[in-house]
Design a protein around this ligand. Sequence first.
Ligand SMILES: NC(=O)c1ccc[n+]([C@@H]2O[C@H](COP(=O)([O-])OP(=O)(O)OC[C@H]3O[C@@H](n4cnc5c(N)ncnc54)[C@H](OP(=O)(O)O)[C@@H]3O)[C@@H](O)[C@H]2O)c1
Length: 340
Amino acid sequence: MGYKVVVAGATGNVGREMLNILAERQFPVDEIAALASRRSLGTECSFGDKTLTTQDLDTFDFTGWDIALFAIGSEATEKYAPKAAKAGCVVIDNSSLYRYDPDVPLVVPEVNPEAVDGYAKKNIIANPNCSTAQMVVALKPLHDRARIKRVVVSTYQSVSGSGKDAMDELWDQTKGMYVPGQEKEPNVYPKQIAFNVIPHIDKFMEDGSTKEEWKMVAETKKIVDPKIKVTATCVRVPVFVGHSEAINIEFEDFLDEDEARDILREAPGILVVDKREDGGYVTPVECVGDYATFISRIRQDSTIENGINLWCVSDNLRKGAALNAVQIAETLGNRVLKKA
Ligand SMILES: NC(=O)c1ccc[n+]([C@@H]2O[C@H](COP(=O)([O-])OP(=O)(O)OC[C@H]3O[C@@H](n4cnc5c(N)ncnc54)[C@H](OP(=O)(O)O)[C@@H]3O)[C@@H](O)[C@H]2O)c1
């Protein structure tokens, strides 16, 4: 006997990947429902070799469904997640709405799978922000060995992290540069994204940082260790899919770069590609469609006592969202629900 699974936001970037990944990983599905807004009623979505017809989330009855993967943004989540949870369906949510709620576990299965057990307080489990998910996969095995004191991270985040309209904006603006009359003004982003970079993701906070930067700080503390200090600069770049991060890590104990490389090679969810030659590292276009978090450019930071620098790349729609959510569902199934 398998699970009755709902994907809410099935017409979006993350929802589509959720359906792909559930099929690819042969998640034990007995029945599946693809939901979106009324606008998309009847839209067809692929699930393996099957075609699903999208239903309206607003009128859907969650009674009798086991797991709902949500990828619909915070506003709609606030309306529909409590409804699903109350009907006995466990919600695995991709929005930021519940991530900082002490009664909701925030889970990256390679890092804190045991946190899933706390799902029952609200029947909700939160999925972290895309840039946090890939970073903590890299930090955790190094932290276990040498205790991380402080992390300085700069991100290079793709436009798919802001949804399908943002991908269209990059495409249309790029085309508009070459086709007279088809120029496209910024709409999703505050400035031109084609052939540009924007040091601003999510809203500004009082201290001058952005909410995206704050999320990386707060989520790393909740998932890995509250003692780790993080400072982040998050930047949007004209890449369709794949987030990159330059990470500087300061440890309590000395960690040699070769040992760091060996630890990362053995760590779950990580693929090390690190040759000190032309092309001996991973870039975002190579990570698309993959499950792994890729680590390259591992090297000692000789300007501090115990420091390592590295480059971290992952498919933000997969490890940053849909894959992580499906891994949470797998963990919940194995540890708690034990149906299949
Ligand atoms: N993209 C990433 O890398 C990433 C990473 C981590 C977390 N997330 C989070 O995942 C969520 C979805 O992101 P996305 O990139 O997939 O966005 P997207 O491509 O814009 O898709 C949004 C989806 O939500 C549905 N939706 C929106 N409002 C709805 C409503 N009121 N009722 C029912 N369905 C509604 C849309 O349905 P219609 O097609 O009918 O409008 C669509 O299926 C967001 O919370 C985002 O923050 C994204």
